[in-house]
Design a protein around this ligand. Structure first.
Ligand SMILES: [Fe+2]
Length: 342
Protein backbone atom coordinates (compact mmCIF):
# COMPACT_ATOMS: atom_id res chain seq x y z
CA UNK A 1 0.00 0.00 0.00
CA UNK A 2 1.18 3.50 -0.89
CA UNK A 3 0.40 5.35 2.34
CA UNK A 4 0.72 8.89 3.64
CA UNK A 5 -0.47 10.12 7.03
CA UNK A 6 -1.26 13.80 7.30
CA UNK A 7 0.40 15.40 10.33
CA UNK A 8 -1.11 18.01 12.66
CA UNK A 9 1.07 20.54 10.80
CA UNK A 10 -0.44 19.42 7.48
CA UNK A 11 -3.94 19.82 8.90
CA UNK A 12 -3.02 23.25 10.26
CA UNK A 13 -2.15 24.29 6.70
CA UNK A 14 -5.07 22.49 5.06
CA UNK A 15 -7.95 23.53 7.34
CA UNK A 16 -7.90 27.29 6.56
CA UNK A 17 -7.11 26.63 2.90
CA UNK A 18 -10.04 24.24 2.44
CA UNK A 19 -12.41 26.47 4.44
CA UNK A 20 -11.48 29.44 2.25
CA UNK A 21 -12.19 27.49 -0.96
CA UNK A 22 -15.44 26.02 0.42
CA UNK A 23 -16.66 29.50 1.36
CA UNK A 24 -16.88 30.46 -2.31
CA UNK A 25 -19.25 27.69 -3.43
CA UNK A 26 -22.59 26.19 -2.54
CA UNK A 27 -21.84 22.56 -3.42
CA UNK A 28 -19.02 20.28 -4.50
CA UNK A 29 -20.99 19.82 -7.76
CA UNK A 30 -20.39 23.48 -8.67
CA UNK A 31 -18.98 23.32 -12.21
CA UNK A 32 -16.68 26.30 -11.70
CA UNK A 33 -15.17 24.69 -8.60
CA UNK A 34 -14.63 21.41 -10.42
CA UNK A 35 -13.09 23.23 -13.37
CA UNK A 36 -10.70 25.14 -11.09
CA UNK A 37 -9.79 22.07 -9.04
CA UNK A 38 -6.55 21.21 -10.91
CA UNK A 39 -5.32 24.79 -10.39
CA UNK A 40 -6.43 24.93 -6.74
CA UNK A 41 -4.74 21.57 -6.16
CA UNK A 42 -1.37 23.20 -6.75
CA UNK A 43 -1.79 24.80 -3.32
CA UNK A 44 -1.78 21.42 -1.58
CA UNK A 45 1.38 20.68 0.43
CA UNK A 46 4.19 19.71 -1.94
CA UNK A 47 4.77 16.33 -0.29
CA UNK A 48 1.09 15.45 -0.85
CA UNK A 49 1.41 16.36 -4.54
CA UNK A 50 4.62 14.33 -4.86
CA UNK A 51 3.04 11.38 -3.10
CA UNK A 52 0.06 11.33 -5.49
CA UNK A 53 2.26 11.81 -8.54
CA UNK A 54 4.43 8.85 -7.51
CA UNK A 55 1.28 6.71 -7.24
CA UNK A 56 0.04 7.91 -10.64
CA UNK A 57 3.17 7.40 -12.70
CA UNK A 58 5.21 4.83 -10.76
CA UNK A 59 2.38 2.39 -9.94
CA UNK A 60 4.11 1.36 -6.69
CA UNK A 61 0.83 -0.19 -5.52
CA UNK A 62 -2.75 -0.40 -6.71
CA UNK A 63 -3.87 1.13 -3.44
CA UNK A 64 -3.02 4.65 -2.32
CA UNK A 65 -4.18 5.95 1.05
CA UNK A 66 -3.97 9.43 2.52
CA UNK A 67 -5.10 9.19 6.12
CA UNK A 68 -5.47 11.61 8.96
CA UNK A 69 -7.50 14.41 7.40
CA UNK A 70 -9.22 16.26 10.26
CA UNK A 71 -12.91 15.40 10.51
CA UNK A 72 -15.10 16.38 13.42
CA UNK A 73 -17.65 13.57 13.43
CA UNK A 74 -19.83 15.57 15.80
CA UNK A 75 -20.21 18.23 13.09
CA UNK A 76 -21.28 15.76 10.41
CA UNK A 77 -24.83 15.25 11.63
CA UNK A 78 -26.85 12.21 10.62
CA UNK A 79 -25.85 10.07 7.66
CA UNK A 80 -28.34 10.83 4.87
CA UNK A 81 -30.86 8.10 4.13
CA UNK A 82 -30.29 8.45 0.38
CA UNK A 83 -27.66 10.00 -1.90
CA UNK A 84 -30.33 12.38 -3.25
CA UNK A 85 -30.40 14.17 0.12
CA UNK A 86 -26.76 15.10 0.37
CA UNK A 87 -25.85 17.59 -2.30
CA UNK A 88 -26.29 20.96 -0.60
CA UNK A 89 -25.22 22.34 2.78
CA UNK A 90 -22.80 19.48 3.18
CA UNK A 91 -21.36 19.30 6.69
CA UNK A 92 -18.23 17.77 5.14
CA UNK A 93 -17.73 20.35 2.41
CA UNK A 94 -14.15 21.19 3.40
CA UNK A 95 -13.22 17.49 3.34
CA UNK A 96 -15.00 17.09 0.00
CA UNK A 97 -12.83 19.90 -1.38
CA UNK A 98 -9.67 18.12 -0.21
CA UNK A 99 -10.86 14.89 -1.82
CA UNK A 100 -11.71 16.69 -5.08
CA UNK A 101 -8.30 18.39 -5.20
CA UNK A 102 -6.44 15.12 -4.60
CA UNK A 103 -8.51 13.39 -7.30
CA UNK A 104 -7.71 16.26 -9.66
CA UNK A 105 -3.99 15.67 -9.15
CA UNK A 106 -4.40 12.13 -10.49
CA UNK A 107 -6.54 13.10 -13.49
CA UNK A 108 -9.95 14.50 -14.41
CA UNK A 109 -12.94 13.71 -12.23
CA UNK A 110 -16.04 12.68 -14.16
CA UNK A 111 -19.54 11.26 -13.68
CA UNK A 112 -22.12 9.12 -15.41
CA UNK A 113 -25.54 10.35 -16.53
CA UNK A 114 -26.85 6.93 -15.59
CA UNK A 115 -25.41 6.87 -12.05
CA UNK A 116 -26.53 8.96 -9.04
CA UNK A 117 -28.27 11.39 -11.43
CA UNK A 118 -25.06 12.56 -13.06
CA UNK A 119 -23.28 13.69 -9.91
CA UNK A 120 -19.49 13.94 -9.90
CA UNK A 121 -19.07 13.12 -6.20
CA UNK A 122 -21.14 10.17 -5.10
CA UNK A 123 -22.34 9.08 -1.69
CA UNK A 124 -21.82 5.52 -0.57
CA UNK A 125 -24.25 4.72 2.22
CA UNK A 126 -26.75 1.96 3.00
CA UNK A 127 -30.17 2.59 1.44
CA UNK A 128 -33.36 1.02 2.78
CA UNK A 129 -34.67 -1.58 0.36
CA UNK A 130 -31.21 -2.26 -1.16
CA UNK A 131 -30.04 -4.56 1.67
CA UNK A 132 -29.81 -7.67 -0.49
CA UNK A 133 -29.41 -6.05 -3.92
CA UNK A 134 -26.08 -6.12 -5.79
CA UNK A 135 -25.17 -2.42 -5.57
CA UNK A 136 -22.85 -0.23 -3.47
CA UNK A 137 -25.75 0.88 -1.25
CA UNK A 138 -26.48 -2.69 -0.15
CA UNK A 139 -25.51 -3.91 3.31
CA UNK A 140 -26.68 -7.37 4.44
CA UNK A 141 -25.03 -9.01 1.45
CA UNK A 142 -21.42 -8.66 0.31
CA UNK A 143 -20.76 -6.22 -2.48
CA UNK A 144 -19.03 -8.63 -4.86
CA UNK A 145 -15.54 -7.63 -5.93
CA UNK A 146 -15.30 -5.87 -9.28
CA UNK A 147 -13.53 -3.39 -11.50
CA UNK A 148 -15.48 -0.12 -11.25
CA UNK A 149 -17.73 0.27 -14.32
CA UNK A 150 -15.98 -2.72 -15.92
CA UNK A 151 -18.56 -2.85 -18.72
CA UNK A 152 -17.81 0.62 -20.08
CA UNK A 153 -14.90 1.56 -22.39
CA UNK A 154 -14.69 4.95 -20.60
CA UNK A 155 -14.37 3.53 -17.07
CA UNK A 156 -12.07 5.45 -14.74
CA UNK A 157 -8.39 4.89 -14.14
CA UNK A 158 -9.11 5.35 -10.43
CA UNK A 159 -12.06 4.95 -8.13
CA UNK A 160 -11.58 6.94 -4.97
CA UNK A 161 -13.32 6.72 -1.60
CA UNK A 162 -13.25 9.15 1.30
CA UNK A 163 -14.50 7.86 4.62
CA UNK A 164 -16.64 10.14 6.79
CA UNK A 165 -18.05 7.44 9.09
CA UNK A 166 -17.47 3.74 9.52
CA UNK A 167 -18.62 2.97 13.08
CA UNK A 168 -18.65 -0.82 12.68
CA UNK A 169 -15.27 -0.95 10.94
CA UNK A 170 -16.83 -2.55 7.86
CA UNK A 171 -14.14 -3.98 5.62
CA UNK A 172 -13.55 -2.78 2.08
CA UNK A 173 -11.88 -5.57 0.09
CA UNK A 174 -9.11 -4.92 -2.40
CA UNK A 175 -6.99 -7.24 -4.51
CA UNK A 176 -3.86 -5.81 -6.10
CA UNK A 177 -2.88 -7.43 -9.42
CA UNK A 178 0.74 -7.29 -8.22
CA UNK A 179 -0.10 -9.89 -5.55
CA UNK A 180 -1.36 -12.48 -8.04
CA UNK A 181 0.71 -15.45 -9.16
CA UNK A 182 0.42 -14.75 -12.87
CA UNK A 183 2.33 -17.94 -13.72
CA UNK A 184 -0.74 -19.83 -12.43
CA UNK A 185 -3.05 -17.88 -14.76
CA UNK A 186 -3.68 -18.45 -18.48
CA UNK A 187 -2.78 -14.86 -19.39
CA UNK A 188 -2.87 -15.42 -23.17
CA UNK A 189 -6.45 -16.67 -23.06
CA UNK A 190 -7.54 -13.66 -20.98
CA UNK A 191 -6.06 -11.24 -23.56
CA UNK A 192 -8.44 -12.67 -26.19
CA UNK A 193 -11.76 -10.90 -26.93
CA UNK A 194 -13.90 -13.83 -25.77
CA UNK A 195 -15.63 -12.43 -22.66
CA UNK A 196 -18.99 -10.77 -22.14
CA UNK A 197 -19.44 -8.11 -19.49
CA UNK A 198 -22.87 -6.68 -18.64
CA UNK A 199 -23.58 -3.23 -17.16
CA UNK A 200 -23.88 -3.28 -13.38
CA UNK A 201 -27.02 -2.45 -11.42
CA UNK A 202 -25.89 1.06 -10.41
CA UNK A 203 -26.49 2.15 -14.03
CA UNK A 204 -30.02 0.78 -14.26
CA UNK A 205 -32.88 3.28 -14.78
CA UNK A 206 -34.82 2.06 -11.73
CA UNK A 207 -32.06 3.59 -9.57
CA UNK A 208 -32.37 7.05 -11.15
CA UNK A 209 -34.70 9.94 -10.46
CA UNK A 210 -37.57 9.91 -12.99
CA UNK A 211 -36.76 13.34 -14.41
CA UNK A 212 -33.83 15.71 -13.81
CA UNK A 213 -36.08 18.68 -14.66
CA UNK A 214 -33.94 19.52 -17.72
CA UNK A 215 -35.49 18.17 -20.97
CA UNK A 216 -32.15 18.14 -22.82
CA UNK A 217 -30.47 16.19 -20.04
CA UNK A 218 -33.46 13.83 -19.83
CA UNK A 219 -33.27 13.16 -23.57
CA UNK A 220 -29.53 12.45 -23.49
CA UNK A 221 -29.95 10.31 -20.41
CA UNK A 222 -32.74 8.28 -21.99
CA UNK A 223 -30.40 7.57 -24.91
CA UNK A 224 -27.72 6.51 -22.46
CA UNK A 225 -30.08 4.15 -20.62
CA UNK A 226 -31.14 2.70 -23.98
CA UNK A 227 -27.50 2.04 -24.84
CA UNK A 228 -26.99 0.30 -21.52
CA UNK A 229 -30.06 -1.81 -22.19
CA UNK A 230 -28.66 -2.77 -25.60
CA UNK A 231 -25.35 -3.80 -23.98
CA UNK A 232 -27.34 -5.90 -21.56
CA UNK A 233 -29.16 -7.60 -24.41
CA UNK A 234 -26.17 -7.89 -26.77
CA UNK A 235 -22.91 -7.61 -24.83
CA UNK A 236 -19.79 -7.21 -26.99
CA UNK A 237 -16.98 -9.73 -26.68
CA UNK A 238 -13.86 -8.24 -25.17
CA UNK A 239 -10.71 -9.23 -23.31
CA UNK A 240 -10.38 -9.28 -19.51
CA UNK A 241 -6.67 -8.44 -19.49
CA UNK A 242 -4.87 -5.75 -21.47
CA UNK A 243 -1.62 -3.80 -21.46
CA UNK A 244 1.65 -5.55 -20.56
CA UNK A 245 1.51 -9.35 -20.52
CA UNK A 246 3.97 -9.51 -17.61
CA UNK A 247 2.03 -6.98 -15.48
CA UNK A 248 -1.45 -7.01 -16.97
CA UNK A 249 -4.21 -4.50 -16.37
CA UNK A 250 -7.59 -6.09 -15.80
CA UNK A 251 -11.30 -5.27 -16.15
CA UNK A 252 -13.86 -7.71 -14.80
CA UNK A 253 -17.02 -7.77 -12.72
CA UNK A 254 -17.91 -11.46 -12.43
CA UNK A 255 -21.31 -10.86 -10.81
CA UNK A 256 -22.39 -9.10 -14.02
CA UNK A 257 -20.79 -11.52 -16.48
CA UNK A 258 -22.64 -14.16 -18.47
CA UNK A 259 -20.41 -17.13 -19.11
CA UNK A 260 -22.57 -19.16 -21.48
CA UNK A 261 -21.09 -19.54 -24.93
CA UNK A 262 -17.52 -18.87 -23.82
CA UNK A 263 -14.89 -21.24 -25.23
CA UNK A 264 -13.75 -23.87 -22.73
CA UNK A 265 -10.25 -22.45 -22.48
CA UNK A 266 -11.59 -18.91 -21.85
CA UNK A 267 -13.90 -20.17 -19.11
CA UNK A 268 -11.08 -22.09 -17.41
CA UNK A 269 -8.77 -19.05 -17.62
CA UNK A 270 -11.48 -16.81 -16.14
CA UNK A 271 -12.04 -19.29 -13.30
CA UNK A 272 -8.29 -19.46 -12.67
CA UNK A 273 -8.04 -15.67 -12.45
CA UNK A 274 -11.05 -15.46 -10.11
CA UNK A 275 -9.49 -18.11 -7.85
CA UNK A 276 -6.23 -16.15 -7.71
CA UNK A 277 -8.08 -12.94 -6.90
CA UNK A 278 -10.13 -14.62 -4.15
CA UNK A 279 -6.97 -16.07 -2.62
CA UNK A 280 -5.24 -12.68 -2.56
CA UNK A 281 -8.09 -10.42 -1.45
CA UNK A 282 -7.16 -8.11 1.42
CA UNK A 283 -9.36 -6.29 3.90
CA UNK A 284 -8.93 -2.54 4.27
CA UNK A 285 -10.85 -0.80 7.03
CA UNK A 286 -11.48 2.83 6.16
CA UNK A 287 -11.44 5.26 9.09
CA UNK A 288 -12.94 8.74 9.11
CA UNK A 289 -10.48 11.05 7.37
CA UNK A 290 -9.05 8.35 5.09
CA UNK A 291 -8.96 9.03 1.35
CA UNK A 292 -8.32 5.90 -0.69
CA UNK A 293 -7.42 5.93 -4.37
CA UNK A 294 -7.79 2.52 -6.00
CA UNK A 295 -6.05 1.94 -9.32
CA UNK A 296 -9.00 0.65 -11.34
CA UNK A 297 -6.67 -0.98 -13.91
CA UNK A 298 -4.59 -2.81 -11.30
CA UNK A 299 -7.08 -3.72 -8.58
CA UNK A 300 -10.57 -5.00 -8.01
CA UNK A 301 -12.54 -4.03 -4.93
CA UNK A 302 -15.64 -4.97 -2.98
CA UNK A 303 -17.10 -4.66 0.51
CA UNK A 304 -18.06 -7.10 3.23
CA UNK A 305 -21.65 -7.33 4.42
CA UNK A 306 -22.80 -5.42 7.47
CA UNK A 307 -25.97 -4.71 9.43
CA UNK A 308 -27.30 -1.24 8.56
CA UNK A 309 -28.34 0.96 11.45
CA UNK A 310 -30.71 3.45 9.78
CA UNK A 311 -30.44 5.70 12.83
CA UNK A 312 -28.22 8.42 11.36
CA UNK A 313 -24.97 6.82 12.44
CA UNK A 314 -24.44 4.61 9.38
CA UNK A 315 -21.25 4.13 7.40
CA UNK A 316 -20.85 7.04 4.98
CA UNK A 317 -18.28 7.42 2.23
CA UNK A 318 -17.83 9.81 -0.68
CA UNK A 319 -16.75 8.44 -4.06
CA UNK A 320 -15.04 9.92 -7.11
CA UNK A 321 -14.26 8.51 -10.53
CA UNK A 322 -11.04 9.81 -12.07
CA UNK A 323 -9.77 9.40 -15.62
CA UNK A 324 -6.36 10.15 -17.10
CA UNK A 325 -7.91 10.43 -20.56
CA UNK A 326 -11.00 12.62 -20.54
CA UNK A 327 -10.76 13.05 -24.30
CA UNK A 328 -11.12 9.30 -24.67
CA UNK A 329 -14.80 9.76 -23.79
CA UNK A 330 -15.39 12.83 -26.00
CA UNK A 331 -17.86 10.94 -28.20
CA UNK A 332 -19.96 10.28 -25.10
CA UNK A 333 -19.96 13.83 -23.72
CA UNK A 334 -21.94 16.78 -25.14
CA UNK A 335 -19.06 19.30 -24.80
CA UNK A 336 -15.30 19.27 -24.27
CA UNK A 337 -15.67 20.71 -20.78
CA UNK A 338 -18.67 18.55 -19.83
CA UNK A 339 -17.58 15.76 -17.49
CA UNK A 340 -20.70 13.63 -17.63
CA UNK A 341 -20.70 10.53 -19.80
CA UNK A 342 -24.04 10.02 -21.51
FE1 LIG B 1 -17.18 -0.24 -6.80
Amino acid sequence: MHHLTLTPDDNAVLSPMLAEIAKGYDTIENLELIRRAPVLAQSLPVHVLEFLEEFRIGEPSALCVISGLDIDEGQLGPTPTHWRDSQFNSPAFAQEVFFLLCGSVLGDVFGWATQQDGRIMHDVLPIKGHENYEIGSNSLQHLSWHTEDAFHPCRGDYVALMCLKNPDAVETMVCDAADLDWSAVDVEALFEAEFTQMPDNSHQPQNATQSTGDPTVDRLRARSFALIQSWNDHPAKRPILFGDRDKPYMALDPYHMRTEGWPERSLAAFQGLCDQIEANMKDVILRPGDCVFIDNFRAVHGRKSFRPRYDGSDRWLKRLNVTRNLRGSRAWRPAADNRIIY
